[in-house]
Ligand binder design. Structure first.
Ligand SMILES: [Zn+2]
Length: 514
């Protein structure tokens, strides 16, 4: 062949190879899938791991002593599983630690009743046991303040209205996805348009932290409140304003004890007070508040890759939780699944080409901070001059996350990335019998795949059945509502997805950044 012809032939050949490569049906390693299924379904440890986190370690509020203890355990667990480069990696200054050590609330008059509730995080305790009258003092606007001026000294304030209790969740039972639900998700072929900007809020409405400041200035001793309206369920988060004051010791000590109460007990107090009959309660709260600003942390560990070790496949979930219960479904379950997935891969002696890294995030509940700071520090963000993409950005393969409760995987949200449709369809093929069949182009949010996705890195949440009790953020999220079978299946799927992503000829394709 003449040089010109040879060059032309090479170009044609290259074009054919490229066309072939992009047309290739992604391969499934059925032998490895069989070993993953055998290990994960016949010798599962996922409930042992979830059980230790939920029963023994308990709630895991970011930057609490509880969380530090839990992270030390999980680091040891990763080492025991044979992971490498295991690290508790600090990511940002996160204020002082806060832990609830004791709580009690009783109605003393007009009838004795022990009450169910818990203090919001980053609130102060009471000076020992405090017995005091209760006043209904719901305020919404600046104009409401005058009504209660001079009337709250030495009282516990009922700060929210009577809440209608809904039995709907009890009547509906657990929510498995029906075939129809999955079809609907798949038929929804265009991601939704951006939401319209919300109308401006009424400037006369008081911010929650302004209300608390008023109660405090008026000499109230505690604030009682209620959210949600599900039977027996207490919901409560952090003292209003914590993100602005960066979880500070001074702001926490300078606030009031704020206690979230179960709707049945809360409503009873409001109704009695509305009859002009005095209610007296006894409250005792002891909280341990740290005295120096500390960094919150993520916990990471790896199965190092072989010939493509600098390319990374990640899987994970958030290890932090709200503090009223161990939050079995939010997200001890996702953490146990990720740990079990890497346990399975180690147990079958998998030697992935790319590195498989598991990440158990902190700071998710307060604002997805752990994964956000991780992406910024390790991969960088295109278009952000302060955090330009690092060499690891190009080499990144994909991130898989579980955080929509503890229900089993039924498919994957493609997050607007059409390029992965056929690959994921192939990787789901061995799990049809699990009911893992759906691909939705929809983008979903609210958890740790978001910062990856926002930076243009492929990151995915699984479509999940919405089972498991009260769900997260409540006082009732314990091990009892987790389904072993669901979590076993999820760990098997996650292990297989991570393995296939780590072995594929090409990294997971990316969608175009806008
Ligand atoms: Zn969660």
């Amino acid at each position: 062949m003449k040089p010109v012809t040879r060059a032309l032939a090479a170009v044609v050949l290259a074009a054919v190879v490229v066309a072939f490569a992009s047309d290739q049906v992604p391969s499934v390693d059925w032998n490895t899938v069989a070993r993953i299924r055998e290990e994960g379904l016949q010798r599962s440890q996922v409930m042992d791991i979830a059980g230790y986190i939920v029963d023994v370690l308990g709630a895991r509020l970011t930057n609490s002593e509880d969380m530090k203890r839990a992270q030390a355990w999980v680091k040891g667990k990763m080492e025991q599983l044979g992971l490498e480069n295991v690290a508790v990696e600090p990511f940002m200054d996160y204020g002082v630690t806060w832990d609830n050590e004791y709580f009690s609330l009783h109605m003393l008059e007009p009838d004795y009743q022990p009450m169910t509730g818990f203090p919001l995080s980053h609130t102060p305790g009471t000076p020992g046991k405090v017995a005091c009258p209760v006043v209904a003092a719901e305020i919404r606007t600046k104009a409401d303040l005058a009504k209660f001026k001079g009337k709250l000294k030495g009282t516990a304030v009922l700060a929210s209205p009577v809440l209608a209790i809904s039995q709907a969740s009890l009547a509906q039972g657990v929510a498995r996805m029906t075939d129809e639900d999955l079809e609907k998700l798949q038929e929804n072929v265009a991601p939704p348009a951006p939401r319209p900007t919300p109308p401006p809020t009424n400037p006369d409405l008081l911010k929650p932290e302004e209300k608390i400041a008023f109660y405090k200035a008026e000499g109230a001793v505690a604030v009682l409140q209620c959210e949600g309206g599900r039977p027996g369920v207490v919901i409560g988060f952090a003292r209003p304003g914590t993100k602005d004051d960066k979880w500070s010791r001074e702001a926490s000590l300078g606030s009031l004890p704020i206690i979230s109460v179960t709707p049945e007990h809360y409503n009873r107090m409001v109704r009695i007070v509305n009859r002009k009959i005095p209610v007296k309660v006894e409250i005792e709260v002891r909280n341990r508040i740290g005295d120096k600003v500390e960094k919150a942390a993520n916990v990471l560990g790896e199965i190092p890759g072989t010939d493509l070790a600098d390319e990374v496949v990640m899987l994970g979930a958030h290890f932090d939780s709200w503090h009223a219960s161990p939050n079995a479904s939010d997200d001890a379950a996702g953490c146990a699944v990720a740990l079990e997935a890497v346990r399975i891969l180690k147990a079958i002696g998998a030697k992935p080409r790319r590195t498989i890294r598991v990440a158990l995030w902190g700071g998710e509940e307060q604002g997805i901070f752990g994964s956000q700071e991780y992406v910024r520090a390790h991969f960088g963000i295109p278009g952000d001059p302060k955090n330009p993409p690092t060499p690891a950005y190009e080499k990144f393969c994909a991130y898989f996350n579980q955080d929509y409760g503890a229900g089993q995987f039924r498919g994957v949200y493609l997050q607007g990335n059409e390029h992965v449709r056929r690959t994921f369809a192939a990787w789901m093929e061995p799990f049809k019998d699990f009911g893992m069949t759906a691909l939705s182009i929809q983008s979903v949010g609210s958890t740790d795949h978001v910062p990856f996705n926002a930076a243009g890195l492929p990151a995915f949440q699984f479509i999940q059945d919405r089972i498991a009790g009260t769900a997260g953020h409540t006082n009732l999220d314990f091990l009892d509502t987790l389904s072993a079978e669901d979590l076993m299946k999820n760990a098997v799927v996650e292990a297989a997805f991570a393995y296939h992503a780590a072995m594929a000829d090409q990294r997971i394709p990316r969608k175009l950044l806008k």
